[in-house]
Ligand binder design. Structure first.
Ligand SMILES: Nc1ncnc2c1ncn2[C@@H]1O[C@H](COP(=O)(O)OP(=O)(O)OP(=O)(O)O)[C@@H](O)[C@H]1O
Ligand SMILES: [Mg+2]
Length: 335
């Protein structure tokens, strides 16, 4: 099958009397890598299941290329999904697992073996074909699960937190591997994650969700620097939210900035937000120190290259370019 674009149009899903997805509309470009990012329970898995055909829509349409697939059962949609739990068959070999979807589709034995060989090679699993999946490491099992999805040559690949069961080092390696594989195959991919670093490092486009709604659709850099509202900012690591003051270089009800942008300064700096306060706490973080500062009005997190004794009076400065300005409705103000 060729690579296809995916369009979600006004998707609504009700489950058990509650509305889980509200009017989700999204265009996913052919061959792109999209991450669904958002807190637990916001509807990421439900949205992926809806695309795959496992969660019925209350209203809306799903289009793959030029055709609507909303009324089709999962196996007729051409989408392939990798579940967080892998869902491999423990009693089968690696090849048995890989070729299972082909068997279901009535593909002949010789063809199945040839495609399995190709997938093993693609995923760097050559020689593992006859092993039981229970004898594989977590990272190897993850690759088998990915292979089982890729073997049907799907136009769209759906991944539900595929890396979250793995430890940090393997996870970082697999991020790169998965991204390179996706680019090599050019396959339209949607991956669910609640890890912002994972989304920022892998996606062409990030879809930020909250309470069953799409809050923002943006490239990683613009989501990081221009979150749509205060909550989106907090979710993306904007750990300082302060009330704006008349002397600040940017005028807003509320200003947000990350602690890494807040540094100890000698005195009020030009074209920067400055706040004076008392150091509450100073912790070594490897390579530097993380400070908590009480300004009287709020507690600010900042960084310092050198330790500073709690109780010291200091000034922190944040460059104007690192400030995010929010209005009274908590929405980001235009630049
Ligand atoms: N079958 C169901 N019946 C009723 N409510 C459901 C059903 N499945 C999911 N929900 C609810 O829908 C909401 C979204 O669930 P979903 O699994 O899509 O969230 P998620 O964003 O994937 O969360 P997580 O990051 O924890 O996996 C949750 O409040 C969940 O309790
Ligand atoms: Mg989920």
């Amino acid at each position: 099958m060729g690579i296809e674009a995916l369009a979600l149009q006004g998707l609504c899903i009700r489950l058990g009397g509650a509305q889980i997805l509200h009017d989700v509309t999204l265009d996913v470009a052919a061959g792109s890598f999209t991450c669904l990012l958002g807190p637990s329970g916001c509807g990421k898995t439900t949205l992926l299941r809806a695309i795959a055909g496992f969660a019925p829509l209350s209203s809306g349409d799903i289009r793959l290329g030029a055709r609507s697939v909303a009324a089709l059962p999962p196996e007729k949609r051409g989408t392939a999904m990798v579940f967080q739990s892998y869902a491999l068959w423990p009693h089968m070999t690696v090849v048995g697992n890989l070729t299972y979807p082909l068997k279901l589709r009535g593909v002949a034995k010789a063809e199945r073996a040839a495609r399995a060989e190709h997938i093993l090679d693609l995923l760097d699993l050559s020689g593992f074909g006859e092993r039981k999946v229970t004898s594989l490491s977590g990272g190897q099992r993850q690759r088998v699960a990915l292979g089982r999805a890729l073997i049907i040559d799907p136009p769209v690949l759906l991944l539900d937190e595929p890396l979250s069961n793995l430890d940090a080092a393997i996870r970082r390696n697999l991020r790169g591997e998965l991204r390179r594989l996706q680019q090599k195959l050019g396959i339209t991919t949607i991956m669910v994650t609640h890890d912002q670093e994972e989304a920022l490092s892998m996606a062409d486009t990030i879809v930020l969700m909250r309470d069953g709604r799409v809050v923002q659709v943006a490239a990683p850099q613009s989501l990081y620097t221009r979150p749509a509202d205060l909550d989106a900012g907090r979710f993306l690591g904007v750990d300082n939210i302060v009330a704006g003051r008349a002397e600040d270089p940017v005028q807003a009800t509320t200003l947000g900035f990350r602690s890494v942008e807040a540094r100890i300064a000698e005195a009020s700096a030009a074209n920067a937000l400055t706040r004076h306060g008392t150091v509450l706490d100073c912790a070594y973080t490897g390579g530097g120190y993380h400070l908590q500062l009480d300004t009287g009005a709020e507690v600010i997190a900042a960084v310092s290259g050198a330790p500073i004794a709690p109780g010291s009076e200091v000034c922190v400065a944040v460059p104007a370019a690192s400030l995010m300005a929010f209005g009274p409705d908590q929405m980001l103000l235009p630049n």
